[in-house]
Design a binder for this molecule. Structure first.
Ligand SMILES: C[S@@+](CC[C@H](N)C(=O)[O-])C[C@H]1O[C@@H](n2cnc3c(N)ncnc32)[C@H](O)[C@@H]1O
Length: 222
């Protein structure tokens, strides 16, 4: 098997718990409540992938983690750049893909906004990453600058579930950001009027909880 193509920078985000806890991530994903949230989330995410990712595309996946969505993305697209600023996450994902898949991928260890792709990117995807990002506007500016056609991402909602996630994480020393739909829409309308934005609430999805997560799909018009 040829060695995977890897690029590394020294940039790391300080509020990222996965530098230390990569090996526990999948144990967390297997908790029944998280599995149920994830089911609703992935149904919506796969609908956006179906609509927007084409077989000739190059996809930049920021915060690929252990590869939950990467394994799907590499089946849909021609090339996937899998970026994460946790080396432990990248070690796990690299060993899970076939030789044929790895040959169409590049792995990058970097804080997302410190990365400048050397090739054109059609679609940028980041699932479960804005949770940890203090400067969300700079982060979205980076995604929207590099994507030619679409950006697909999730972020925690500012409803009851989002607040509970925030409080539980604070207890573990991690500051989780929460987002209002209006805050995302206003930013996008003002700075990126040529992008069409669809936002869906998923997760624990009744009106009174406010859902746990927003799934946001941005598509460049024209
Ligand atoms: C909750 S995990 C999500 C992993 C994967 N996308 C999934 O859905 O299973 C968040 C991932 O984002 C990475 N991450 C967080 N902040 C980042 C940043 N600023 N730049 C690059 N990666 C980041 C973490 O290391 C972690 O692997």
């Amino acid at each position: 098997m040829s060695a995977p193509e890897t690029t590394s920078t020294e940039e790391k985000s300080d509020n990222n718990p996965y530098h230390k806890t990569a090996q526990y991530y999948e144990r967390k994903l297997n908790l029944p409540v998280i599995r149920s949230i994830r089911r609703g989330e992935s149904t919506r995410i796969y609908a956006s992938f179906n609509a927007l990712i084409r077989p000739d595309d190059t996809v930049l996946e920021i915060g690929c983690g252990t590869g939950y969505y990467t394994r799907d993305l590499i089946k849909r697209a021609k090339r996937v750049i899998a970026l994460d600023d946790s080396e432990s996450m990248l070690d796990i994902i690299r060993n899970r893909l076939s030789t044929e898949e790895v040959a169409r991928m590049k792995f990058v260890r970097s804080e997302a906004t410190a990365f400048s792709p050397e090739e054109p990117i059609d679609v940028v995807v980041h699932i479960g990453v804005l949770d940890y990002v203090p400067d969300w506007q700079a982060f979205l500016n980076h995604s929207l600058t590099h994507a030619r056609r679409a950006v697909i991402f999730t972020c925690p909602s500012n409803g009851l579930c989002g607040h509970m996630f925030h409080l539980l994480s604070k207890w573990e020393g991690v500051d989780i950001q929460r987002y209002a739909r209006r805050q995302l829409e206003d930013f996008l309308q003002e700075k990126y009027p040529e992008w069409r934005c669809e936002i869906h609430r998923v997760g624990i999805n009744s009106g009174w909880t406010g859902g746990s997560t927003w799934v946001c799909t941005l598509k460049r018009e024209g």
